[in-house]
Design a protein around this ligand. Structure first.
Ligand SMILES: NC(=O)c1ccc[n+]([C@@H]2O[C@H](COP(=O)([O-])OP(=O)(O)OC[C@H]3O[C@@H](n4cnc5c(N)ncnc54)[C@H](O)[C@@H]3O)[C@@H](O)[C@H]2O)c1
Length: 248
């Protein structure tokens, strides 16, 4: 089960943490993986690790907020692997200028960052890969989201939550459009991860039923399922992966 041999995957923001875990997991199942990141050295490090452990990977740095750069990156991937992208995981979602803070304190110049990377980033990436997936009659899109999309908090995440809500809605609609072509489109909504900074994380972990934060391996395993042939009847869904912290 979950054999991805012969498939080509693109993981955005894969230079560290959850994205790196996703890239490693897909490669371990046999996929050829494009390790994308804005920071070229990060992408290269993860790609080199995968190659050293016997997998197939290539680092391709681009900015998901730049539609031309995304198209060029996808073209480069096709040239490297001799195949179109079968699996897209849009994981990049935290901009350098995160825009975290109580909304009333945030300068309007910071409103765009979370929306650009999450919502427009998803649009650019899906636009660059969907035609070839539909023509091939097989494709997998996995969007990485957050519990912040559907649960309000006073942690200063209003812009981020708005962007994640937006992309979840976008993904639901796309699933309806491309389902007849054998392309599934799902969202994985993560709870707090081990790399999250902040004094509150230990207290949050203590309240999670599984008593721990999420790891890159947790995320990678869930993405492998969604990317697999076996998940062909799973589409249009938002799956929570959060240790039980939210149960709706
Ligand atoms: N960390 C958490 O606790 C947490 C919780 C819920 C959801 N998430 C989501 O999980 C995903 C991964 O989060 P993470 O904490 O591993 O992120 P991270 O910031 O640790 O790593 C993401 C990578 O994306 C890259 N990146 C940033 N902007 C980019 C761009 N424009 N184009 C290409 N790459 C870009 C960064 O260089 C970085 O290497 C995000 O979508 C995030 O919203 C994270």
């Amino acid at each position: 089960m979950f054999d991805l041999s012969g498939r080509s995957a693109l993981v955005t923001g894969a230079g560290q943490n959850a994205g790196a875990g996703i890239a490693r997991a897909l490669a371990a199942q046999g996929a050829s993986v494009v390790v994308n990141d804005l920071v070229a050295e990060r992408a290269k490090t993860v790609s080199d690790e995968i190659t050293a452990s016997g997998g197939r990977a290539v680092p391709i740095a681009f900015d998901v907020t730049d539609p031309d750069a995304v198209r060029d990156g996808v073209g480069q991937a096709r040239a490297e692997f001799g195949r179109h992208i079968d699996i897209l995981v849009h994981n990049a979602g935290i901009p350098a200028d995160f825009g975290q803070g109580q909304f009333r304190t945030l300068d309007p110049a910071r409103w765009r960052g979370p929306v650009e990377i999450n919502l427009f980033g998803a649009m650019h990436c899906l636009s660059a890969v969907l035609d070839e997936m539909c023509e091939a009659g097989w494709g997998r899109i996995v969007q990485i989201s957050s519990g912040s999309a559907r649960t309000g908090s006073d942690l200063g995440l209003s812009l981020y939550g708005a962007a994640k809500s937006g992309v979840e809605g976008f993904i639901r609609h796309i699933s309806q459009e491309v389902g007849p072509f054998g392309v599934t489109v799902n969202t994985l909504a993560l709870g707090l991860q081990t790399n999250a900074a902040g004094d509150a994380t230990a207290a949050i972990a203590a309240r999670i039923p599984t008593r721990r934060l999420g790891t890159p391996e947790d995320v990678g395993a869930a993405v492998v399922y969604l990317a697999s042939a076996e998940a062909s009847w799973m589409t249009g869904q938002t799956l929570n992966l959060n240790g039980g912290s939210v149960t709706t």
